[in-house]
Design a binder for this molecule. Sequence first.
Ligand code: 5RP
Length: 225
Amino acid sequence: MGTDRKRLAAEKAAGYLKDGMIVGLGTGSTAYWAIREIGRLVKEGLSIQAIATSKPSEAHARRLGIPLVTFKDVDRIDITIDGADEVDTQLQVIKGGGGALLREKIVASATKELIIIVDDEKLVDQLGRFPLPVEIVPFGSERTLRQLDALGCNPELRMHEDTPFVTDNGNYTADCRLGQIEKPYELHEAINRMVGVVDNGLFLDMAHRIIIGCSDGTVNEWEKR
Ligand code: 5RP
């Protein structure tokens, strides 16, 4: 059921792609369906080039024959389609549950139109129920975690089996259990000011369009005004 909703949103988003576009490919189980649909469209003749936000998404795209480029080749991306962990009614987003927030934010920041695809369970009135991921440098990570704690972030080092989870960039992730984020802009700045923090999963004022797959089989769209 969740898969159907993700797939519906992903397929709707892929409908925005046009010949000649540079396309950002997101990461996660919802973005997976978008990459799959883009692969199908490419096989049918859609002419695009894509840039991936993670090694798994890059491998998936390569398997499907989607032409890939890097930032060596391009500077601007026309459309990026990516998932999210939470979306509020102001189109503000938490990402990074899948461990790819830094590459996702680099790609999103180079993108003219960021399309976020979610199922309706990801919609919230206020961000923060989902633990906010923060990418941190391994050196001194114990101290960075203490600093995040002192800021009231309640961080927990993300683990993979018995060792810290390592991102595609060789960094660690701290998941911050905030409950509710009252002041997202201030929090974003305070976290990113810390030496040892690379970036956090708040994607503020970045999404242009949210496509929501709903449990009744419909798809809703919210557009930035
Ligand atoms: C990866 C992400 C994902 O887009 C986010 O975690 C949502 O994943 P899924 O579609 O599997 O629920 O930000 O870093």
